[in-house]
Design a protein around this ligand. Structure first.
Ligand code: AR6
Length: 185
């Protein structure tokens, strides 16, 4: 499985799954959540409302992930995850790792081969960018090793072959590139 980091806008990514840094309400917000809803169109909010009513009346818990259609995005699906909010005292690295792991699990269940992640919790939710980069890269690497995403059946690739971190600023890209060029522990 290839793991890479690029500078860019996640709404423009031509991948199977785009991960959204949502909030528990699933009803949209600012940051990357606002950008994804704006680019996907009103169908996304309708789908999120439906999910909220049918499966998450109390909201999507921190560290969990759930999929919708991607509507007008180039991607096929949006996987919504809720990062921990540093400002609200949610400071457990395992909760942030859970966002990346749960999103990957949902993506595999959908039959996706590629996934793009933003720097979950590094914006409004106030986590340190270097910490997010460290946890994000370690989580995806560990998951990839543990699940053998490079297997093939009848010569065809199975599972996720590309995980891409899409960063919105050069410092964020640099933080992820530092982690990706550091050998796994
Ligand atoms: N593409 C890629 N990254 C982006 C984009 C984009 N189009 N726009 C922003 N970022 P944030 P959080 C980066 O605040 O910290 C929302 O209101 C941004 O620079 O979007 O998990 C939700 O509804 C930052 O590095 O997510 C929640 O209420 C990263 O995405 C809350 O914010 C994450 O920043 C979630 O906060």
């Amino acid at each position: 499985m290839r793991i890479e980091a690029v500078l860019g806008d996640i709404t423009k990514q031509d991948v199977d799954v785009v991960v959204n840094a949502a909030n528990s309400s699933l009803l949209g917000g600012g940051g990357v959540d606002g950008a994804i809803h704006a680019a996907a169109g009103p169908g996304l909010l309708a789908a999120c409302r439906e999910l909220r009513a049918s499966r998450y009346p109390d909201g999507l818990p921190v560290g969990h992930a759930v999929a919708t259609d991607a509507f007008e995005l180039p991607a096929r699906w949006v996987v919504h995850t809720v990062g921990p909010n540093w400002h609200a005292g949610e400071r457990d690295p395992a909760a942030l790792a859970g966002c990346f792991l749960a999103s990957l699990e949902v993506a595999v269940d959908l039959g996706a081969h590629s996934i793009a992640f933003p720097a979950v919790s590094a914006g409004v939710y106030g986590w340190d960018l270097d910490e997010v980069a460290r946890i994000a890269v370690a989580s995806v690497r560990t998951w990839a090793v543990g699940t053998d995403q490079d297997r093939t059946t009848d010569g065809r690739p199975q599972g996720i072959s590309l995980a891409r971190f899409v960063l919105f600023s050069p410092p964020a890209l640099a933080a992820f590139e530092r982690e990706l060029t550091t050998r796994p522990a």
